[in-house]
Design a binder for this molecule. Sequence first.
Ligand code: ADP
Ligand code: S3P
Length: 171
Amino acid sequence: MKNIILIGFMGVGKGSVAREVIKHSEYIAIDTDDMIESMENKKIKKIFQEDGEKHFRALEKKVAHWLQTSVKNTLISTGGGFYKQKNIKDIGLIVLLDSPFENIIKRIKEHPNAVKKIKKRPLLNDMKLAEELYDERRPEYLEMADIVIDVTNKSAYDCAKELLRKVKKHA
Ligand SMILES: Nc1ncnc2c1ncn2[C@@H]1O[C@H](COP(=O)(O)OP(=O)(O)O)[C@@H](O)[C@H]1O
Ligand SMILES: O=C(O)C1=C[C@@H](OP(=O)(O)O)[C@@H](O)[C@H](O)C1
């Protein structure tokens, strides 16, 4: 079993799909944002506020190096900007969760905890800038993905099943 790295825009469902995958497979899952929060003992939002995005990206780099050298047979969900790490292809098979910007935002806004979900993601606070970031990143996501899953109007369970099917076929 090779590592699987879930990439995709903020809020597209990487964490939700990872949680479904582990219910229906032997994979163990980890999340790069969770790792960074526990390393720093600070929420991502606070790291951005107090230490800046540059520091956050340096922490992602440290995590990326550790993943490549030390982690096997694992499903790794990542923050939306993690795909920029230069060694990402050496960590495992890259699976992109893809959906139009409007759909991602609509889904977050439908959540009962929507305000909190948006606030905890500093780069989602300004919707115009977030959309520009989406437009800039999407072609880069598509270019590096080994597998693409369109998550629009699908449950996390269906996305997880599709992921496992496509990963098996890819091997
Ligand atoms: N397939 C899905 N269908 C409906 N809502 C979803 C789905 N996947 C994720 N969500 C919702 O979208 C929001 C962001 O999901 P999350 O898994 O945290 O995304 P990411 O890890 O990519 O940032 C959450 O409110 C979650 O409940
Ligand atoms: O897109 C980004 O650059 C970021 C996405 C976030 O993760 P999610 O994709 O899980 O929201 C988190 O890593 C940080 O706020 C930066």
